[in-house]
Write a protein that binds this ligand. Structure first.
Ligand code: 9MR
Length: 392
C-alpha cells in the first residue's frame, strides 16, 4: 500500500502525500529547476504533517496489525492507564499486549517479607491486563520474571535481613516463578523469563555487576538463569520462553549474549526465543547491518526472534533529554522506522513478534517522542512509513 493510495482513499492530509501528489500533477518539463526548487520549499513549509483526522478518517485508517498479519503479530506495551485512555488505538492497531509494569516482581510481590508472602502476591493489576486482553481478543506477552530492577530488596534477604545464599535464592525464585506463570497458564503466550543480565558493550565482564542476582551468584550466574527457564517451563509448558535485553544488536554485547545463550542451549535449557528490546535512535544507532546481523545470529542458534520494546528516539546518548521533534526530525524518524521494518519483513521467517514500547508519545518512558502516534493520538509520519515498508 503506498502513501499516495492511502491519501486518496482516506483523504488524510500528510506532507508526505502532498509532496508526492504535487510531484505527480506538475508538468516538470515545462518548469525550470529554479521554480521547482522554490515550489518545493514553499509547499514543504506550508504543509503540516498528519493533521488531526476527524472521526471518520480515524475510522478509515488501516489497522497496523491487520496490515502486518501475514508477517508477524504487532504488539504494544500497555499499562493500567492506557488500557482506558488509549484503548481505541490499542484495540485497532495491535494484536499483542505487554504489561509495561503490571506483571513485574515489584508490582506482584508484597512490600515486606513474611514466611507466607506467596499468599500475599498482588495480581490485581496483572489480572486486569489479562481481562482486557480477553475482552478485546488480544494475545499477551508476559514481562518479566527475573530482573535486577523493579524487584524489592527483601526478596534477596532472609527473615533476619541477611543476604540469601544462592541455594535459598534459587528456591525463592522458583516458587515465585511457578506462582506467577502458573496463575496465567494458558493466557500468556510468551514470557520474558530473564531480563538484562548481560553487561553493556563497554564492560569487560559478561554479566552485569549491578545486579543482586549476579552478585549472589557470582561466577555461576548461568545456574539461576537455567533454573528460571526450567521453573517457567514446568509452570506452563506451552508458553514460549524468552531471554530479553537492550543493546542486544551491538556486536560486543551481542557476542556476550550469544555465549550465554549457547551455554543454556548446551545444557538443554527450555528457551525458545531472544527478545531484542529495540530502544533505538534515528541519529545513527544502531546500523542496518547490526540489526540484520543480530536477527540472523540469534536465529542461527535455533531461537525465535522478537523485537520486544521498540521505540526510536532522537539521541543515542542523552536519552532522557527532553526533545520536541522538528519536521526534519520526524522525517528522519519515519525513515528509520521504515528501514527497520523493511529488515523485519525481509526476515519474517525468523521473527515472531514486534512490540512497540508504548502507544503515544506522551506515555513513552523517554521524553523524545519515539513512538508512532503523537500526543493527540494521531498517526505520525512513522506510522505511514511502516505501512509503506510493506511495499505494493
Ligand atoms: O517503561 C517502564 C517504565 O515505566 C518503568 O519506570 C521502568 C523501570 O525501570 O521500566 C520501563 O520498562 C523497561 C522494561 O521493563 C525493560 N526494558 C527497559 C524498559 C525501559 O526502561
Amino acid at each position: 500500500m503506498t502513501i499516495i493510495k492511502l491519501e486518496k482513499t482516506l483523504k488524510i492530509n500528510t506532507a508526505y502525500c502532498q509532496q508526492k501528489n504535487g510531484c505527480k500533477n506538475l508538468s516538470w518539463k515545462r518548469i525550470k529547476y529554479f521554480l521547482l526548487f522554490v515550489f518545493l520549499l514553499l509547499s514543504l513549509s506550508a504543509c503540516d504533517f498528519i493533521q488531526k483526522p476527524d472521526y471518520e478518517t480515524i475510522e478509515a485508517i488501516p489497522s497496523l496489525w491487520k496490515e502486518y498479519k501475514e508477517h508477524f503479530p504487532i504488539g504494544v506495551a500497555v499499562n493500567a492507564t492506557t488500557i482506558n485512555t488509549h484503548s481505541d488505538l490499542i484495540e485497532k492497531h495491535f494484536l499483542s499486549i505487554t504489561a509495561e509494569n503490571e506483571m513485574k516482581p515489584q508490582t506482584i510481590l508484597p512490600g515486606y517479607y513474611t514466611s507466607d508472602y506467596l499468599d500475599r502476591l498482588n495480581f490485581t493489576q496483572g489480572d486486569r491486563m489479562i481481562k482486557y486482553a480477553r475482552e478485546n481478543d488480544k494475545i499477551v506477552r508476559g514481562h518479566v520474571l527475573v530482573w535486577h530492577e523493579q524487584t524489592p530488596e527483601w526478596f534477596f534477604k532472609d527473615e533476619k535481613g541477611e543476604e540469601l545464599s544462592p541455594e535459598a535464592l534459587l528456591e525463592r525464585m522458583e516458587e515465585y516463578i511457578k506462582a506467577v506463570v502458573g496463575r496465567y497458564k494458558g493466557q500468556i503466550y510468551a514470557w520474558d523469563v530473564v531480563n538484562e543480565v548481560i553487561s553493556d558493550d563497554s564492560d569487560e565482564e559478561t554479566y552485569r555487576t549491578n545486579s543482586r542476582w549476579n552478585q549472589i551468584f557470582k561466577g555461576r550466574e548461568i545456574d539461576y538463569i537455567e533454573a528460571a527457564f526450567r521453573a517457567a517451563k514446568e509452570a506452563d509448558p506451552e508458553a514460549k520462553l524468552f531471554y530479553n535485553d537492550y543493546g542486544a544488536v551491538s556486536p560486543k554485547k551481542r557476542a556476550k549474549i550469544i555465549s550465554m545463550l549457547e551455554e543454556l542451549i548446551a545444557r538443554g535449557v527450555p528457551i525458545d526465543g531472544m527478545g531484542i528490546q529495540g530502544h533505538w535512535a534515528f541519529d545513527g544507532w544502531p546500523s542496518k547491518k547490526d540489526i540484520e546481523d543480530s536477527i540472523i545470529d540469534y536465529s542461527n542458534l535455533g531461537l525465535d526472534v522478537q523485537i520486544t520494546e521498540l521505540d526510536i528516539r532522537k539521541h543515542t546518548g542523552e536519552m532522557f533529554k527532553d526533545v520536541t521533534l522538528s519536521k526534519a526530525d520526524k522525517k528522519k524518524q519515519a525513515e528509520k522506522y521504515k528501514e527497520v521494518f523493511e529488515i523485519f519483513i525481509k526476515h519474517r521467517d525468523k521473527i515472531s513478534g514486534v512490540t512497540f514500547w508504548g502507544v503515544t508519545d506522551d506515555n513513552s518512558w523517554i521524553p523524545q517522542e519515539p513512538l508512532i502516534f503523537d500526543r493527540n493520538k494521531n498517526p505520525k509520519h512513522a506510522f505511514w512509513a511502516i505501512l509503506e515498508a510493506l511495499g505494493e
